[in-house]
Design a protein around this ligand. Structure first.
Ligand code: PAF
Length: 282
């Protein structure tokens, strides 16, 4: 496994791999790798000749400097996971390497960034879109892999690829959950055992929404109220949002017809957790 820390070296490497007709799969991460990331890496290994994983905690996408300071940093452990999964290249640039001078150029995907997490994390998706654009230009992948837990992020990246004509295919893989349905997240490191136990209500709330839709209850207000009741059983859970959205435009739906994204964000103790389920009429 090769470890590259410099942009120029990574670009040269990817360019030469492309010239040798190697297909490059790319998994961008901020480290603290878990089974969700592992599933993306495994898929990339299957579909490409070369898999590149980046580990970079991107300061541009943190609206809360405390969260940035506390974000888990476990590089040794991450490298062991990459090694075990036979990752070919790990790209680990420093902050100074990625942003040597004040960044004056930003990528902003309009509309899709406005609702859901965009309402609460100002500048977050601009930070994500900007760093992902930079990482695509550095690693030059044929395919890039993202998790469906960050549904809004994945939609924004698909749109930026379309609008800016990147020659990269975006693949979005299912959320990996633990046995209680809790979506895996690097932010679980902030939870106490008790908080983690309560966090399974997030999945229960989403499943409540799904069960109502399956019973042909399509009024979003009713669905949201019922999901809220599930979360409010636990005072440790502070709701940020509960939404029923159009999955393509990420706008709020009053009434569901054939498909809907049920999405939520909460705070539990020090952790902000998000989750979603995409419902389709069968
Ligand atoms: O999902 C993440 O971990 C980050 O938002 C990403 C895509 C690596 C960009 O920093």
């Amino acid at each position: 496994m090769e470890i590259i820390t410099k942009i120029k070296e990574m670009q040269k490497k990817s360019q030469s791999l492309r010239e040798k007709k190697k297909e490059i799969g790319f998994v961008p991460t901020m480290g603290a790798l878990h089974k969700g990331h592992m599933s993306l890496i495994e898929k990339s290994k299957k579909e490409n000749n070369i898999t590149i994983v980046s580990i970079f905690i991107n300061p541009l996408q943190f609206d809360d400097q405390e969260d940035l300071k506390d974000y888990p940093r476990v590089l040794e452990k991450d490298l062991k996971i990459c090694e075990k999964l036979s990752v070919d290249i790990v790209f680990i640039p420093s902050k100074e390497e990625m942003y040597p001078k004040p960044q004056l150029t930003f990528v902003r995907v309009e509309r899709l960034s406005d609702n859901l997490c965009g309402l609460f994390r100002k500048g977050h998706f601009q930070g994500v879109a900007t760093v992902v654009t930079k990482l695509f230009n550095i690693t030059k992948p044929h395919r890039a892999y993202f998790g469906a837990k960050d549904f809004q992020q994945a939609q924004i990246i698909k749109k930026l690829v379309e609008d800016l004509n990147f020659e990269v295919e975006i693949l979005v893989l299912p959320t990996i959950r633990d046995k209680d349905g809790l979506a895996l997240s690097s932010r679980h490191k902030y939870l106490t055992a008790k908080e983690k136990e309560k966090a399974k209500l997030l999945y229960h709330a989403l499943m409540k929404g799904v069960s109502l839709l399956e019973k042909d209850i399509k009024d979003s207000k009713i669905i949201i109220e019922e999901m809220e009741k599930v979360l409010k059983k636990e005072p440790l859970i502070k709701i940020e949002y509960l939404k029923v959205c159009d999955p393509n435009f990420l706008t709020d739906l009053k009434e569901v017809s054939n498909t809907a994204l049920l999405a939520l964000a909460v705070k539990i103790g020090k952790a902000r957790l998000i989750d979603n389920i995409l419902w389709r009429n069968r």
